[in-house]
Design a protein around this ligand. Structure first.
Ligand code: GLN
Ligand code: ZN
Length: 746
């Protein structure tokens, strides 16, 4: 898929080649599901970019800047909406991209105008239905429901209430359903994941209206929710004129009983029992225990399914050649999960004996994992259990620390620094590949990286930065690098999961108690510090981000795993301090991403995540300066927690917002130092000195200048040296001009 799409973008594959590649993939995936024993194959889950964009095009919701369209939105317009460009046509500003609920999968935000019009504008879904039917499949088309789609949309132009668009969008949804019915479809899955969030009551009430109007004779709607519990919404949902309801029984096992109690016997209950968000093999026996509670329901009205789309798990465990057999026996990827679903169905139909072998194997794997020495370390558990409140406290409050830090680390006003990484050149990546493939010995690799570091330090001196970094050349990825050096992590060869468009990530698997056998960064940082008299900032990835960007254990709470990671990092911080490093940055770009969907769960999450960050960062003396970095900017609703991290300095992404995002810090009277990014590293543009001075002056109008730093929005690893050099020289010049400005004189 990735290769086909990227080849098409490059002009190396023509449209028919792309279309054929898609058809081949769908055919294989449908066959796989049917052969495993599933009764329905989903259609409409196949997407060239993301499924929210698919829905937007189906509804003809194409922002005006992409030009009009005749009957249908063509694929190049579709790709232009996604990426700003396509093989045919001019470049335009792409739609905004956002994370899909609490996953690392992104979708393109629908843009909604007050007078937005909708019309059926894509045949893709219907063509694919026909395609699957022609292959002899019983299909279950999947679409994103109107309320979730609207909820995820962003208002453009004049402000208005998005709900007012319901009346306009419903007729098109009606047409979609009617068309599907005409194609002979019996069941359609309508996803409404917003139902697990705290919806304002007008939105909840809208469900009744919408689903009343969406009734099509002979067509059954399976209202589908996932990623959480329906909570108090169950009454409302149960009363909707729908034919069935899907609940996420992994995240909300109690919803099964609740749904049983509320849903009439005439309706289907689809139990999402196989975890679509993680990679663990299910204990089928325990799944059956839960399913059997629901068995009082007539057989054809109890369905078994994964909790959510399997898009969030890697494809096939059988492709892993390097994981050892035991670890592999604990895992299940998408292909394996489909088989689990089928096995459960069979057991419900024919009794447990019918899958006796599978039951035993699954039980054994679970038992072996449960007691395995590989995952349990007495000493790690003991240490995590003996964390005291003092361990999460710096010795003195920020104001006092700042004084001793100023004495130790002599810095000018508006200190200029970067976020950590410098361009990851082709040579760096080649060296890493060579090391992995055995073409380069460890010592030579180290030597090459040291040369990189030396050059990076040299260049920073030349640009005139005040706090230097080593540039992170040795890091393939900010999580994988640390995971590979800690106990309790495993890595796959092919465990890719879609992040956005054709981009995928390969999250590590945290399978056991986490510990740090040896220092992970100290040699590199110490080496870099020997090359300069200026302070060199040590770089670490924070505990919450390591947790969030991995597949995590399901046999203990995340807070427990995070505490173990935090303790390992705490040791690293101590070692850096011992090595004479005066500034240590602990990156937490994924801090906000992990926020639970319902607000009522935020407090608990923020409590343990803040505690873990502080556990990692608080073991140092007052004169050691702790930085953190976060590269998203919606701080408003969690600013108290950010302040509670008690980092001496926080660097954040702000350049695109014209410093308006700093307002959260101002309103809260954020007490510590801030480096609002002045260089947008997601763009190849080099900002001018004036632009950056201007941004910083805006910042200084909000935050006392003595607490401001000057830095880019994020790491520079995706940029090339030419841009970086020009931008950083301008940035240093901007800092110099600010210092000369009498208005800011201290
Ligand atoms: N220190 C990391 C870097 O500069 C931070 C990356 C991030 O925030 N995602 O690359
Ligand atoms: Zn960042």
């Amino acid at each position: 898929m990735k290769k086909a799409v990227e080849a098409y973008w490059k002009g190396e594959l023509d449209r028919s080649g792309l279309v054929q590649a898609g058809a081949r993939l769908r055919k294989a995936n449908w066959a796989l599901q049917r052969d495993a024993g599933l009764d329905f194959v989903p259609v409409g889950d196949f997407s060239w970019y993301d499924h929210v964009l698919d829905m937007s095009t189906l509804l003809g919701c194409v922002p005006p800047r992409f030009g009009g369209f005749e009957d249908e939105v063509d694929i190049d317009t579709y790709f232009r909406m996604a990426r700003g460009r396509a093989p045919c046509g001019e470049s335009v500003r792409a739609c905004e991209m956002t994370k899909w609920f609490d996953t690392n999968y992104h979708y393109l935000t629908p843009e909604l105008h007050k007078d937005q019009e909708f019309r059926l504008a894509s045949a893709k879904l219907f063509d694919e239905v026909a395609e699957a039917q022609a292959l002899g499949h019983r299909v279950k088309p999947v679409i994103l429901g109107p309320l979730s789609w609207l909820w995820l949309g962003k208002i453009k132009g004049e402000r208005f209430d998005k709900l007012t668009l319901v009346d306009r969008v419903i007729p098109v949804y009606g047409q979609i359903l009617t068309k599907l019915r005409e194609q002979g479809v019996e069941w359609v899955q309508v996803d409404e994941p917003v139902l697990v969030m705290d919806l304002p009551s007008p939105w909840l009430q809208a469900f009744e209206l919408v689903y009343n109007r969406l009734q099509v004779t002979g067509l059954n709607v399976l209202l589908t929710t996932y990623f959480g519990s329906l909570q108090d919404n169950i009454d409302l949902i149960a009363s909707l004129p729908i034919a069935g309801l899907h609940v996420d029984a992994v995240r909300a096992p109690r919803d099964v009983q609740v749904a049983m109690d509320h849903l009439s016997d005439q309706k289907v209950l689809s139990v999402g029992i196989i975890d679509g968000r993680n990679i663990w093999r299910s204990d089928l026996g325990r799944c059956l225990d839960l399913l059997e509670e629901a068995k009082t329901r007539p057989g054809d009205r109890l369905w078994v399914a994964p909790s959510c789309s399997l898009l969030h798990t890697p494809v096939d465990l059988d492709q892993e050649r390097k994981l050892d057999a035991e670890l592999k026996s604990w895992l299940a990827f998408a292909r394996q999960k489909v088989r689990e679903v089928a096995a459960l169905k069979r057991a419900l139909d024919e009794g447990r004996e019918a899958i006796a072998e599978q039951l035993k194997a699954a039980w054994r794997a679970t038992e072996i994992r449960r007691v395995s020495k590989r995952i349990h370390s007495e000493s790690v558990k003991k240490r995590a259990a003996s964390v005291t409140p003092e361990m999460t406290q710096r010795n003195h409050p920020y104001a006092e620390r700042a004084k001793v830090q100023r004495e130790r680390i002599k810095l000018p006003q508006f200190p200029a620094t970067t976020i950590g990484s410098f361009p990851q050149t082709a040579e760096i990546r080649a060296a890493r590949r060579d090391l992995k493939a055995g073409r380069l010995v460890q010592d030579d690799y180290i030597y090459r990286m040291q040369r990189e570091i030396a050059e990076t330090v040299q260049r920073q001196e030349e640009y005139g930065l005040d706090v230097l970094v080593h540039g992170e050349p040795e890091r393939n990825d900010m999580v994988e690098y640390f995971g590979e050096l800690m106990e309790g992590f495993a890595f796959t060869q092919n465990g890719w999961v879609q992040s956005y468009g054709s981009r995928c990530v390969k999250p590590p698997i945290i399978y056991g108690d986490v510990s740090r056998p040896a220092p992970m960064t100290v040699d590199w940082i110490r080496f870099a510090q020997t090359l300069s008299k200026k302070p060199l900032k040590g770089m670490l990835t924070g505990p919450v981000t390591i947790l969030q960007w991995s597949f995590v254990r399901d046999d203990q709470p995340c807070s427990e795993t995070c505490t173990q990671i935090a303790l390992a990092l705490r040791d690293e911080v101590a070692d850096l301090e011992k090595a004479g490093i005066s500034i240590i940055q602990i990156d937490e770009p994924a801090f906000r991403e992990g926020l639970p969907l319902p607000r009522r769960d935020w407090e608990a999450y923020l409590e343990w995540t803040v505690k873990c960050f502080r556990l990692a960062s608080s073991g140092v003396a007052d004169e050691t300066q702790i930085h953190t970095h976060m590269c998203y900017s919606e701080f408003n609703d969690i600013i108290a927690a950010i302040a509670d991290l008690d980092a001496d300095v926080i660097t954040i992404e702000t350049s695109r917002s014209d410093m308006e995002l700093l307002d959260a810090f101002v309103d809260f009277e954020y007490p510590n130092e801030i480096g609002p990014g002045v260089y947008d590293i997601h763009s190849p543009n080099v900002p001018s000195v004036d632009e950056m001075v201007d941004l910083m002056e805006k910042a200084a109008a909000r935050v006392p200048p003595e607490r401001l730093w000057v830095n880019p929005d994020c790491g520079l690893k995706t940029r090339d040296w030419e841009e970086v050099e020009a931008a950083l020289k301008n940035m240093v010049e901007a800092a110099r001009r600010l210092r000369e400005n009498a208005q800011f004189a201290r």
